[in-house]
Design a binder for this molecule. Structure first.
Ligand SMILES: C[S@@+](CC[C@H](N)C(=O)[O-])C[C@H]1O[C@@H](n2cnc3c(N)ncnc32)[C@H](O)[C@@H]1O
Length: 275
């Protein structure tokens, strides 16, 4: 079962989950209303016929939500990113998570179609990454994140420097030292998947670091592709409000289950599903 081992506060926090397509829901969220956006969007790498491997159950992603033509993916990314820019407060941060399949395109859109300032690219190194099936290239053992800030109106981004030094620790980042932009975090452990299977569920530690570094308690985090609810669960535990959007019913079931203990443990927390 799930443990709330790094719960920091019980300050009243809400988690609002919208069931539907973010292209329709984002336009209903007020401008300059959230402090942090974490987005882990479709990768556009799904293939009609995935690759199996006789030594493992690994299959390349074959989810309907990930099928796009090149042109469709680009216009989809332009639309939701433009909306995120509008919704983000001045002084807020946008974190984009992905692999080489989609992240360069997201970076291109930031640089060409927004006034966001890229602060860092972060490498999430996975020390227990899966082996390479084809043996014709290097083993993929990381994902990338782009951290961009919306400056303006006299506001600069939040960076809780002392917290990052004292509360982030891994094999590449000793406690008490400046945190590098290379983070060693293992693949999502089984104990975090107790509510059900999502093919791309992110580890809670990844979200904890982002929320810790760039928000304060009581602030609001938005995730337009919330999936199994990692962002909502972690935000709630850290006393941050959250808004999540997910369009697949099968993942909404996981999400509902996953947020229930959070709500029970944090007496003051509220969870609302909007369909
Ligand atoms: C890469 S996964 C995110 C996983 C998530 N970070 C987690 O930890 O579980 C992308 C998610 O976005 C959802 N999705 C894809 N297109 C969407 C859209 N247009 N609106 C809302 N959700 C969408 C998918 O169903 C999938 O669950």
């Amino acid at each position: 079962m799930h443990s709330l081992d790094w719960q920091v506060k019980t300050q009243r926090a809400y988690a609002k989950i919208y069931e539907g397509n973010c292209l329709e829901i984002l336009p209903t969220i007020p401008s300059e209303s959230v402090d942090l956006i974490f987005a882990d969007p479709p990768y556009g790498l799904a293939k009609k016929r995935g690759m199996g491997w006789k030594f493992s159950k690994h299959i390349t992603l074959q989810e309907g939500w990930d099928f796009f033509s090149k042109k469709e993916l680009f216009s989809f990314n332009c639309v939701w990113m433009q909306e995120c820019y509008r919704i983000l407060k001045f002084g807020g941060s946008l974190f984009l998570c992905g692999s080489f399949h989609n992240l360069y395109q997201l970076g291109y859109i930031i640089q060409h179609a927004s006034d966001l300032k890229i602060n860092n690219s972060i490498v999430w190194f996975k020390p227990n990454a899966q082996p390479n099936i084809s043996c014709r290239m290097f083993t993929e053992s990381c994902e990338h994140l782009i951290w961009a800030a919306k400056n303006g109106n006299g506001q600069r981004w939040t960076f809780n420097y002392e917290d990052t030094k004292n509360l982030i620790e891994d094999q590449l980042n000793p406690k008490g030292k400046q945190t590098r932009n290379v983070w060693s975090i293992p693949l999502t452990p089984k104990k975090e998947k107790w509510a059900g299977e999502h093919p791309t569920q992110k580890p809670e530690e990844l979200l904890r670091r982002i929320i810790l570094a760039c928000t304060k308690e009581g602030e609001t985090v938005l995730d337009p592709f919330v999936g199994s609810g990692t962002t909502s669960a972690v935000a709630m535990r850290m006393g941050r409000n959250s808004i999540g959007i997910e369009k697949e019913k099968k993942y909404l079931k996981i999400l509902k289950k996953r947020l229930t203990p959070e709500q029970k443990t944090l007496q003051e927390a509220e969870v609302e599903f909007v369909s």
